[in-house]
Design a protein around this ligand. Structure first.
Ligand SMILES: [Zn+2]
Length: 563
């Protein structure tokens, strides 16, 4: 009895019941260094939840990355974007570990990947080795950490997925040790009047609510007066002990007078639902302030499966003359909890702040397809492009059109079709559909040209026009000169760039034979590794051809010597 009590108390310090469902000793660390995180699972990112943990690599690349358990490599991908160079290892216990943004693969895998790259004459490749073809043993060095793909600094992106459902799970549920005795931080608390006529502190608009820290560490909000159906949202982050990084929190629970109204956590989610993050956060606020408020209530168009508990969809009906104690419990995965108490009084008061009048000439009914002719271009929104009905702000033009702004998130691609007939044929070849940012800087939107119409599919709202790119890409050697002896060189590197439409394809040959050039768009660099050893003459002719997205092409040739 006594022993049971001790065990119970031990587990009760952690809020995680979920952890019991995951193997605790199956996986070793993928790195030799202590786990210090630059990102947590479920962290709020652009249009997605973070599907793994980002492990800091001491601002360096090239740290050995180890298989966390015995298994077999089921997938390898090399991509300019996303995970960059990535390995998937399936383990017999039903989980798959994923290692992303790698600099290079371990010797055996590197050879395997290079062969495919030379066969396909492409840097970007994806392969699905047969089960058992590429076996790995726990602790094997399978790769070296890097910064490839959509990574803003050296780190290892590490995931553990269910091999069957492919759902990513929180890697910290598997017994990994991350030092964290620090409670989550709340930056802001917001009240949302939801029903018609609902008010919070006499405002019909989203209202920021101040709070102060109490002696016991909890946070106490200023007394709120309200009437009607309301909801709350918070802007928060979690810091671990050994780094200053502002990471995501694990769970948010909302109670009203002791009853649980909503609770969500980041134990797992599916890639199919991840974009619905745009319904969890206050999207217009994010557009304006670049900070993400998580709503403690569930919108009708929110299809996320992260909720452990929901009553009235987390919305609170405030009645006149009643008092409510709303509590938000914000927790990290180690069970450090920040409690925020919000006292609410049901009061009938005159409205001082009205809702913004957003009415325009055009109203979107989200579950119906919508077509608009904006002069220079036509826009087609398929049904369910958007999460909710709203007044859309459209600007017609003879050259440039504007489709609302990005305070509204699109869930699905919509189509913009420009009529290029007023441009001479020669010029048309060099035109592309460009999205203009707030400073009117153009960026290429993938343009399909057919039947006298230029079309793009996008989820980005805003300003679009046709832009002409008549300048071919530039190609400059970075570490060698014409007619140079390069016997001691281990690699060749060149700078390739294109200022308007951007680089579409590149290729290189040495004495007429295709060579693999690794491309890093973040530094405009392509690199050839002399280890690939396809040279057998002293005099070598290098030829590099780069083509931009409208077909302007440039070729660079250079001769060097090597023995
Ligand atoms: Zn990551």
């Amino acid at each position: 009895m006594r022993l049971n009590l001790v065990v119970f108390l031990f587990f009760s310090t952690r809020i995680l019941v979920a952890q019991d469902n995951y193997p605790q000793d199956a996986f070793q660390s993928p790195l030799e260094i202590p786990l210090i995180l630059a990102g947590t699972f479920g962290e709020l990112r652009s249009d997605h939840f973070h599907s793994g943990i980002d492990i800091k690599t001491q601002q360096r690349e090239g740290l050995p990355v180890m298989a966390v358990a015995d298994g077999t490599v089921t997938r390898i991908k090399v991509s300019l974007w996303g995970y960059g160079k990535v390995i998937y290892v399936a383990h017999p216990n039903g989980y798959t570990s994923v290692y992303g943004h790698l600099k290079k693969f371990g010797p055996e895998l590197e050879e395997y990947v290079k062969k495919v790259q030379y066969d396909k004459q492409s840097y970007e490749v994806e392969m699905f080795p047969d089960y058992g073809e590429l076996k790995v043993t726990k602790g094997d060095v399978i790769a070296y950490s890097g910064n490839t793909g959509g990574s803003a600094g050296p780190h290892l992106h590490f995931e553990i997925r269910s091999s069957v459902s492919e759902k990513p799970t929180n890697p910290l549920l598997y017994g990994y040790e991350v030092r964290d005795a620090t409670n989550p931080t709340v930056l802001g608390l917001f009240g949302y009047p939801l029903s018609d006529g609902a008010l919070i502190n006499q405002s019909a608009k989203t209202t920021q609510i101040n709070f102060t820290k109490q002696p016991d560490g909890s946070l106490l909000a200023d007394k709120v007066s309200a009437l009607g159906t309301i909801g709350f949202g918070i802007n928060s982050f979690d810091r671990q002990d050994l780094a200053a990084n502002k990471n995501g929190v694990y769970s948010v629970k909302q109670t009203v007078n002791g009853r649980v109204y909503s609770e969500f956590d980041f134990e797992t989610f599916s890639f199919g639902e991840t974009r619905y993050i745009n319904t969890l956060i206050d999207y217009p606020y994010f557009y304006k302030n670049r900070q993400r408020i998580q709503k403690c209530f569930k919108e009708p168009y929110n299809h996320l499966d992260i909720y452990k508990s929901l009553y009235n969809n987390g919305k609170i009906d405030i009645e006149e003359g009643m008092s409510y104690q709303v509590e938000l419990l914000i927790s990290d995965i180690e069970g450090n909890i920040t409690k925020l108490i919000i006292p609410v009084e049901g009061k009938r008061e005159p409205q001082k702040v009205a809702k913004d009048d957003n009415r325009t000439d055009d109203f979107i009914i989200a579950d119906k397809p919508n077509n608009f002719d904006l002069g220079a271009a036509k826009v087609y929104f398929p049904a369910n492009t958007f999460y909710e009905d709203f007044y859309i702000n459209l600007k017609k033009g003879t050259d440039t059109i504007a489709i609302h702004d990005n305070s509204v998130a699109a869930h699905r691609n919509f189509t913009i079709s420009f009529d290029p007939s007023k441009y001479p044929l020669e010029e048309r070849k060099q035109l592309f559909i460009a999205h203009l940012d707030e400073d009117l800087r153009p960026s290429y939107s993938k343009t399909y040209k057919r039947d006298g119409s230029f079309t793009t599919r996008t989820r980005t709202l805003g300003t679009y026009t046709l832009v002409r790119d008549s300048v071919a890409p530039t190609i400059r050697p970075k570490n060698f000169k014409e007619k140079q002896w390069l016997s001691n060189y281990s690699y060749l590197s060149l700078d390739i760039s294109d200022d308007l439409s951007g680089i579409d394809t590149y290729s290189a040959t040495l004495n007429g034979e295709w060579i693999l050039m690794e491309y890093e768009p973040k530094t405009n660099t392509i690199t050839y590794n002399f280890d690939d050893k396809i040279l057998n003459t002293n005099e070598c002719e290098l030829k590099v051809t780069v083509t931009d997205n409208v077909g302007n092409s440039n070729t660079f040739t250079s001769t060097f010597f090597r023995k």
